[in-house]
Design a protein around this ligand. Sequence first.
Ligand SMILES: [Zn+2]
Length: 154
Amino acid sequence: MEQRITHACGHEQVHLLYGFDSQVARKARWLSTTKCRACFVADKQAEQAKAAAQDSAAIAHLDLPALTGSERQVGWATAIRAGRLAALTANPHTRAAADCDLCLRIVDAEWWIDHRDLSHADLIARTAELLPVADMLVNHQRSEAVRHERPATL
Ligand SMILES: [Zn+2]
């Protein structure tokens, strides 16, 4: 049954509702408490744009190399990388410049896309696999740092 629903946002949208009358009435009531599709999509896009703006502000100090790949891959991977680096920069456990440095060396858009669901720790481990020499340097710097942090009277 086609029903014209007035959504919580004030817009009307036609919905196809199936079932018994009581079910249709329940669905119609529920739909009237939600936003229409257009507003839902607009909200999502606004959220994404806000997150993207926050990400790029958070990593504005980083010198990001251009990514390589198809135009579509680069566009997607740029957003993934921005989100990841913003999160790494904000996280006190991974803020170490070294971790970001490793990520900054990876310019393959496909790599960022393939690894987008990894945890921060796993991602950093993968960058180390990819960049073994860089990793050695980083580990060296880390052990140096640990040594320096230790109080002299231990
Ligand atoms: Zn609406």
